[in-house]
Ligand binder design. Structure first.
Ligand code: PMP
Ligand code: GLU
Length: 397
């Protein structure tokens, strides 16, 4: 009988995309749902970037670009690393892909052998887990909670390292918690990693620009482990370019070469027009897009102020990304009309059914007491959403 592969059979669908689909379907059926489930800025891509894409069409960038990206783009990315992060990379160490999601898949497929362990800091972004398993790796989770501000410490990391550990992955600023590692915290993690030269760290910095407290810190700044670090970044979040599909890595040369080899058989590289637009996007000062961060700062305040007035919701106040990740375990065991809330998935579905707001269960991110709320929506929408969540939760007793 015809059947899909075991590999896909065993794979969980992306919870973020599934929840977004579910709310889209409800909206299409005429249900007034507020979707706070997708991590997607609601701004238009900046005009100067749109103009660069139009120019690229006029200039007839219609052919296959080089697999790892146009040299001009890779040079612009190196320039960005120097300008914004004081990091030196050669263009040959950069691989441009169809989104950071693809960059991550390239890395896992290029580095993991079956049975290799990948340490994943939890809460983690949904796709890490499934991509690691797809490559035959074993995700080894280090759990955190709101008490530690969802941050893994150096001793916790060291404890999970085994001879099979191949990779360590985290995002900072973090999706879903919004937490950001300080320079000191990264240094203590780096001091652990340096003792294990066969381990590579994947530092997912896609929320670099959405940082409310100041300058971005990358673990690659510590020269003594730079050869063990892959930076993943992209333009989806900071430049509001989710649909354009472009991400990139900066990596040791042998890893960049492997990712290019893999990509050459899988996608042939990122869209030519997008690449030309991104040369312009990241070529300019980040001041050009700081208005988005300022808007997110205000929105975070609205959400946190609102949530803090709801009984039993313990909300973090994260310095980065555009999510809050409240602990909602207070509601476990409570019921409404014979339906008991046993976990975060039950609660997120309850909020959808009774509050018509879609959020994502923490279980998708590897923690079981939380929900993720994306505040990449207008002020009015957020005020209404928080009101609805409050009303829905007040039904539970
Ligand atoms: N990493 C993290 C932490 C994310 O939240 C996302 C979500 N978009 C990605 C990677 C992938 O981004 P994209 O493929 O849109 O570049
Ligand atoms: N990264 C975003 C999120 O976490 C977009 C959805 C996705 O790519 O999975 O919601």
């Amino acid at each position: 009988m015809a059947a899909i592969s075991e590999r896909i059979e065993k794979m969980a669908p992306s919870a973020t995309l599934e929840m977004a689909k579910k709310s889209r379907e409800l909206i299409e059926q005429g249900v007034d749902v507020i979707s706070l489930s997708l991590g997607e800025p609601d701004f238009d891509t900046p005009q100067y970037v749109q103009d660069a894409a139009k120019k690229a069409i006029d200039e007839r960038y219609f052919k296959y670009p080089p697999v790892n990206g146009y040299l001009e783009l890779r040079e612009a990315i190196c320039h960005k690393f120097k300008r914004d992060n004081n990091l030196d990379y050669k263009p040959s160490q950069i691989v441009v892909s169809t989104g950071a999601k693809q960059s991550l898949a390239n890395i896992f497929m290029s580095l993991i052998n079956p049975g290799d362990e990948v340490i994943v800091f939890a809460p983690y972004w949904v796709s890490y887990y499934e991509q690691i398993r797809l490559a035959g790796g074993i995700p080894v989770i280090i759990s955190t909670d709101i008490d530690s501000d969802y941050k893994v410490t150096a001793p916790q990391l060291e404890e999970k390292i085994t001879p099979k550990t191949k990779l360590v992955i985290y995002s900072s600023p973090c999706n879903p918690s919004g937490s950001v590692f300080t320079k000191e915290e990264l240094l203590s993690l780096a001091n652990v990693i340096k003792d294990y030269p066969s381990i590579t760290v994947i530092s997912d910095e896609i929320y670099e620009l959405i940082n409310f407290d100041g300058t971005h810190q990358s673990i690659a700044q510590f020269d003594f482990i730079k050869d063990q670090v892959i930076i993943v970044n992209g333009v989806s979040k900071g430049y509001s370019m989710t649909g354009w599909r472009l991400g990139y890595i900066a990596a040791p040369q042998w890893i960049a070469d492997a990712c290019t080899k893999f990509q050459g058989q899988i996608t042939s590289g990122a869209c030519s027009i997008t690449q030309r637009a991104v040369i312009e996007a990241i070529g300019q000062s980040t001041d050009k897009v700081s208005y988005m961060v300022e808007a997110f700062r205000e929105r975070k305040k609205i959400v946190i102020d609102g949530l803090s007035q709801i009984e039993g919701v313990i909300c973090n106040n994260p310095p980065g990304a555009f999510y809050v990740y409240p602990d909602i375990s207070y509601y476990f065991g409570k019921s409404y009309q014979g339906k008991t809330i046993n976990n975060a998935s039950d609660l997120s579905l309850f909020i959808l059914d009774h509050g018509r707001v879609s959020v994502v269960t923490g279980e998708a991110f590897g923690t079981d007491k939380n929900i993720r709320i994306s505040y990449a929506a207008s002020d009015e929408t957020l005020i209404e959403a928080v009101k609805r969540i409050k009303e829905a939760l007040s039904l539970l007793a």
